[in-house]
Structure formats: C-alpha cells, structure tokens
Design a protein around this ligand. Structure first.
Ligand code: HAM
Length: 424
C-alpha cells in the first residue's frame, strides 16, 4: 500500500479538484440566476467575525456555539471566529451599513465556505459551502413562502428528484415560553427513559429534545405536546397564511411538529428540505423567520426571514442521482509545433484562437512531433494544426484532418477563419 503523504488536507476539509468544480459552478449558476430573478443583491462578508456576534446571535446553548466554533485570538487580543453560518454576519453588515434606511424589503444572497468543528461523516464536514438568501424588513407571510419557494425551485432547477419540504412554526416570545414549560413538564416526567443527550437538552433548551434522532426517545417524542396547538393568535394566523401561500403555488410540504432547527434565533416559520421522504437523512437546506435577531444584534426592531443550502450535500445527491453537469465542450483542435520560430508563432496563434473563442489544445513543452501527434490523438482532436520550421518561415500552416489523414496548407493569417468554417 502506498505510504500516506506527510501533509494532508485538515480533517473534515477537502480540496475542490478541477473535476469537482463543475458542480460548484452549476449550483452557483442556478442560485445566482434565481437571486437575480427575485431581486436579491449579492453580499460577501469577512470569513471571520467577532466571536460574540455568533454566541449572541446563534445562541450560547447551541451545539454550534458550544462545541463547533473555530475561535482564535488575534495578536491584538481580540477573539474572532471563523463563520459557522452567514446569517449573523449579514445582520451585522445590514446594521453597520445602515441598510435599514434603504427601501425595504431588502434582499441579500451569498455563496461561500463556512466552518464548524463537527465530527466528520458523510454529509458533515468542517469546511462546507453554503448559499443563502435573507430578506429584511417585511413580516408578511408571503416572504416566508417565497423563501421556501426559492429553495424548492433551486433544487428542482438542478433536476434533483424526491425533494421533501418540512415546515413548522415555533411561535414567538409570546407563546413559546408557555409551550416550553409544557414540554419541560412532559419530558421531565419521562426523563429516566430519555437518552443522555436529551437529559442535558432538557436543562439547556428543551425544544432541542424534539430534534433527537435516538431510537429510545422516539416514542416519547411522538406523544409530546405540539407547539401548533399552543401558538398565540398572531403566530397561528401567520403560519396559516404561510401554508395557504404554499398551497397557492402548489408547493408540496409536510407539517413536521418536531422541526425546531439548531440555531436559537428563529421565530414563527421554520423549514428544512430533505431528499427522500420522512427519513432522517441530512438536510439539504433550511431556514425560517428570525424577527428578533436584528434587535438582538443591532437594537433595531426589524423582522427578517431567510435560509441556507448546503452545497456539498446537494452535490452528493446530484452524483447519487447521476445528474450530468457542465459537459465541457470537446476540444477539436490541436496545435503542434516544431522548432523555435514555430513555437514563437504558435504562442501568438493560440491567442488569435482564444480571441475567436475556438478551444485549442497544445503541448508547447514538448518538441517531438510524434509525441504531440499522439497527444492530439488521445484527446480525440478532429483537426491538428502543424507548424514546422519550414511553414513558419513561409507563413503557412498545415491543417490535418485526423480521421482521413488529408492535409491542407493555408496561410497563417487565414487559419483561424478556415478552422472556424470547418468546425461549423
Ligand atoms: P443550518 O441548518 O445550520 O442553517 O445550515 C444550512 C445548511 O448547511 C444545512 O441544511 C446543510 O445542508 C448545510 N450544512 C450545515 N452544516 C454542515 C456541515 N457540517 N457539513 C456540510 N453541510 C452542512 C444555517 O446555517 C442558517 N444560517 C440558515 C438560515 C439563513 N436561516 C435563516 N437564514
């Protein structure tokens, strides 16, 4: 067995090799077109932020803040963390740049890497890419439905099959405290049957018990009180409207009373998108409304709603479903050269082809004609252009039809046009 190289990419982080890039590019293309259509402006934020922004925004009791942040001390003594997600940084930027004084709703989208110190496994990495959409300054339920619709559309546009949307409402500061009390009472009376993790969750954030995937907790969860029965009037009306909008656009969804999400900032609508039905596979994306986060971070009472998708998880599903992407057009021309003058002229000729948008392969580093012709054969080029010392001196070039072996000699300045014509 080959010895492992001394240096490898950090655990849970991966190189994106040339053959993988087409997936990222395809997703970027679909996401950016969708963003453009729905009027979102693109935003980038620094890859690190003040650690407090995340602890405050995402919540001190969340797994992300408690266990998963990459935190560093700068030489100046500041504590910065690699972003585990984009929403808190975007809220920070929205406030910092006074975007609330622009016409609302203000819509932003993004695409880039995030970092979470998770236990690496299939679909769970320490560096992963997210794309996302955030809408500020509008409380209407149509926005929640539109965010869900955008994510659904993106996955459909990527030709993914068996997509299922799960939705729930987790109420707000009006109705949630009472529900949490009910839930605590319920789970406490069954605490001895819960898994050890849930026992901890029961103390820190009882809603997260609903999110437990352990087998032994499932029968207890099923019987637990559901928030939908305890929403206050305004949360109930808001959720009903979201569902009506989804019905209106024929977007299929499942109500999932156990969906609570792993970040603390949500109010009202939460949703997640999965591949396949009802299994506990990793979510492809998720989000919801977060009406109190702008206040929490920037002291402004501004409602907001958004979601993010996981690029690697989507790519893995695209591969699983054998979805073809970005077939790079074949290279049909190979440019072979022999001798110093020919090499110089070939460099210039390659530029002429690039400007004319004709793809040409070459092996300028090789001097043997035989090696170059072999390479032309290997890549399956239709025509090979041969520029030897004699041709270079005479200002001509040979066009060789690789299938028939037939050769034409043409003037150098005409070769681009001639080749273009042949390729039509
Ligand atoms: P999230 O559910 O933590 O939400 O992440 C969104 C998506 O990122 C997940 O559904 C998943 O596809 C992907 N993801 C998360 N962690 C990993 C990981 N370790 N490895 C691979 N993929 C991962 C958020 O981040 C919220 N900021 C979404 C949001 C935006 N809510 C409102 N606006």
């Amino acid at each position: 067995m080959a010895k492992k190289p001394k240096f490898q990419s950090p655990t849970g982080m991966h190189d994106i090799l040339p053959e993988e890039q087409k997936y990222y590019e395809r997703i970027y293309e679909v996401v950016s077109k969708m963003a453009d259509f729905y009027g979102f402006g693109k935003i980038d934020t620094p890859i690190v932020e003040d650690t407090d922004l995340f602890s405050r925004g995402i919540g001190l009791s969340t797994d992300i803040v408690k266990k998963e942040m990459y935190t560093l001390k700068t030489k100046g003594g500041d504590s910065l963390s690699l972003r585990p997600e984009w929403t808190a940084p975007i809220v920070r930027s929205y406030i910092e740049h006074g975007m609330y004084s622009k016409p609302q709703p203000l819509k932003l989208w993004y695409f880039g890497p995030c970092y979470r110190y998770e236990r690496p496994q299939a679909g769970r990495y320490r560096q992963f890419w997210q794309f996302g959409f955030e809408i500020f300054g509008e409380d209407n339920a149509v926005i929640d439905a539109q965010i869900i619709q955008i994510f659904y559309n993106i996955l459909k546009e990527l030709k993914l099959k068996n997509i299922s949307v799960e939705v729930n409402s987790i109420g707000d500061s009006n109705c949630r405290p009472y529900y949490k009390k009910l839930l605590s009472n319920y789970f406490r009376s069954r605490e001895s049957s819960l898994c050890s993790n849930c026992k901890k969750r029961l103390k820190e954030n009882v809603l997260r018990v609903l999110d437990c995937k352990e087998e032994k907790c499932q029968p207890i969860k099923v019987e637990a009180p559901q928030i939908i029965d305890h929403l206050c009037d305004s949360c109930h009306a808001h959720f009903k409207e979201v569902l009506e909008f989804l019905d209106e656009i024929d977007l299929p969804y499942n109500l999932n009373p156990h969906l609570v999400r792993g970040l603390d900032y949500y109010t009202n609508t939460v949703f997640e998108i999965f591949s396949g039905k009802g299994d506990i596979k990793n979510a492809l994306g998720g989000g919801g409304r977060y009406n109190k986060l702008v206040k929490l971070i920037g002291n402004k009472d501004i409602p907001a709603c958004g979601a993010a998708g996981g690029v690697e998880r989507i790519i893995s599903l695209m591969k699983e479903q054998e979805i073809e992407v970005g077939k790079v057009p074949e290279i049909q021309i190979f440019l072979a050269q022999l001798g110093n003058l020919a090499k110089r002229k070939s460099l210039r000729l390659l530029e002429d082809f690039r400007k004319a948008r004709v793809r040409v392969a070459e092996s300028f580093g090789r001097d043997s004609l035989k090696v170059q012709l072999n390479r032309a054969d290997k890549i399956g080029s239709k025509y090979t252009l041969i520029l030897g010392q004699k041709e270079a001196l005479e200002g001509v070039i040979i066009i060789r039809d690789m299938a028939s072996g037939k050769q034409d000699i043409v003037k150098l300045e005409e070769v681009v046009a001639k080749v273009k014509k042949k390729l039509k």
